[in-house]
Ligand binder design. Structure first.
Ligand code: SF4
Length: 240
């Protein structure tokens, strides 16, 4: 796993060498310091960094140590929890390019947890949009970004800034603040903030299948052409 803040997730008393050796030893995979040299070189650090303490590294270098530590045991799956949110924009781009390179080289799967919608689009093949702990829309990244259907997904995507002052995007604004996730309401979790709410939204909303794994838990998905045509094609007597 790669954690959000490397200042919190690296032990300040352990050198980078010790930090990288520890997971190998715990898994019975340690075969010599050559593995540690390869681990730092893989994330574009130098071997001389192995004998430094975390406070002797920059923020971007620390996060690369976090990535190296997650990869050193050669996992098949890496969970990344907001791995770039503590970094400024230029360092963020370096880490994202690095993650993409490692993903290709080692044929890795990532579960990438983030609020950074631009990075998700760049890095992920599939996306799950969650609100108050529930999945409200999921599908291939291109399908969700090019054709968002849940009101929450539309609101999120409409908030991404466009770096062109001549282009104006119409925003979908949600009312009020995000409520606590501790009180689960029946029906759509967005019902108190959505401008399209009807009485129907206060009962459990099914997951509508728009094809290719694009699924949406919003009543508006019934008006989507993909859902309508699927319903039309369903033989009489079977449920859609
Ligand atoms: S199900 Fe209803 S309340 Fe929920 S997002 Fe869709 S329209 Fe809005």
């Amino acid at each position: 796993m790669v954690f959000q803040d490397p200042n919190e997730s690296l032990n300040p008393r352990l050198s980078i060498r010790q930090t990288l050796r520890e997971p190998l030893q715990l898994h019975g995979l340690y075969a010599g310091d050559q593995q540690l040299s390869e681990a730092v070189l893989r994330v574009n650090l130098d071997e001389e960094h192995l004998d430094r303490l975390p406070h002797q590294l920059s923020g971007g270098q620390k996060q690369r140590v976090g990535v190296a530590r997650a990869m050193v045991t050669q996992p098949r799956l890496v969970i990344l929890d907001e791995p770039t949110s503590s970094l400024d924009m230029s360092l963020r781009i370096h880490v994202i390019v690095l993650l993409k390179k490692l993903q290709r080289e080692f044929n890795l799967s990532y579960v990438f947890i983030s609020h950074d919608l631009s990075t998700i689009r760049h890095l992920c093949d599939r996306v799950l949009v969650m609100y108050l702990g529930r999945i409200v829309e999921q599908g291939r990244t291109a399908d969700v970004y090019d054709d968002p259907t849940h009101v929450y997904t539309k609101a999120l995507l409409s908030a991404i800034p466009i770096p062109d002052p001549a282009v104006k995007r119409s925003r979908i604004l949600l009312k009020g603040e995000t409520p606590t996730a501790r009180v689960l309401v029946p029906g759509c979790p967005l019902q108190d903030r959505c401008g399209f709410v009807t009485e129907e939204c206060r009962s459990p909303v099914p997951d509508y299948d728009l094809g290719n794994g694009h699924r949406v838990a919003c009543r508006l998905a019934r008006d989507h052409p993909a859902y309508r045509s699927a319903v039309t094609l369903t033989p009489a007597g079977s449920s859609s």
